[in-house]
Design a protein around this ligand. Sequence first.
Ligand code: USQ
Length: 404
Amino acid sequence: MRVFIAGGDGYLGWSLVQYLGARGHQVGAADLFLRRRWVEEMGSWSALPIASMRERLQAFKERFGEELRFWEGDLRDYGFVEALVQEFQPDAIVHLGECPSAPYSMMDVHHAVFVQTNNITTTFNLLFAMRDHRPQAHLVKLGTMGEYGTPRMDIPEGFFEVEFRGRRERLPFPRQAGSWYHWSKVHGSNNIMLACKIWKLRATDVMQGVVFGTGIDEREEDERFLTRLDFDQSFGTAVNRYCCQAVIGHPLTPFGQGRQRRGFLPLRDSMQCLTLAIENPPAGSEYRVFNQFQEVYDVTEMARKVQKAGADLGLKVEVRNLENPRLEAEEHYYNPDHQHLVDLGYKPAHDVETEMRLMIQDLMKYRARIEAKREVLIPDVRWDGRREKVRFLELVKTGNAPAG
Ligand code: USQ
């Protein structure tokens, strides 16, 4: 298949380029390298050293014997998007070209507006380019489990049957996102749903859980294939941050009570799931929703697992709760469905603990890079708009100076 990846330089994007290349797909990608700039803006860098796109393209050619088609440009520019869709004529378009950070969107009005306009505009441009130049293509759009929030009832995959005043209807399950970023994904979902309905397009909206991991296959000895791995407060997701913390002897940092439950999945499983969605498109016009994660845990359970994985590798790892910079439920019901991908054949590659051990081993080689940016591990972006570093909860109680 010809697969176009919007956001091919990112954490998921560069991984997916390789994953699909290894499976014989013809891959094209676009990027403006904004993720590199945002992480720099947060005072950080990727824990794994990442090659330039020029080096990445060269590595791809050496490994797969053919060029990776790459366009550098802005997906907010309709002319750019239209031209590349016309030229590449993709069978599938995978939209990973959004700003993926809740804290980044909560910094101030400028960041909130940027995240929402960037995410909504890029999706619109892809939808219109599909309508006008490639209506048979299948859009695989990265959404988030965070669109649903944490309702006190089970979460279906996108839609549910509801009865109200004696009538029954199949309706989109209510979205109750908790950040401007997560709402940007809801707005994107709504726009895709309407586009599929009125233009008869087909799309898979992937409600992805929290991804963690460094590796997708055995090629990581060539550093040019490494994907980025962030650990700052905005672009580092919980387990990626924990593993970076573990390798430099920094306490692992569940926020608040630490009972926030989320669906988690390793990077290599995310690749497997996205590929299943790409290779199994809806037969005709359809808007379908997949919940994409391996298992549900709370953020303290995940910290304990990282602690154990670290101990297995000889690391002494402490877990210490931090004051929560976010406004979110810290103890709640959470039971989302995730059957659609299993029905297509999704099988987790490893258990969570094995994945964590592999990840910590990879990161230990780059310990100095994490140590050099240690200060970015403590958040200061708060949901109430204040910009002030949070403190370790038990230290607040005992009155000691905050560490970290
Ligand atoms: N958390 C901690 N300690 C940390 C970092 C995070 O306890 O050091 C907590 C957060 O408070 C939150 C949970 O871990 O309750 C998840 O936070 P996260 O930063 O790992 O993930 P989140 O902001 O929810 O967003 C991330 C990705 C996003 C993706 C989403 C899936 O950035 O792109 O869509 O995970 S989900 O969380 O299911 O919405």
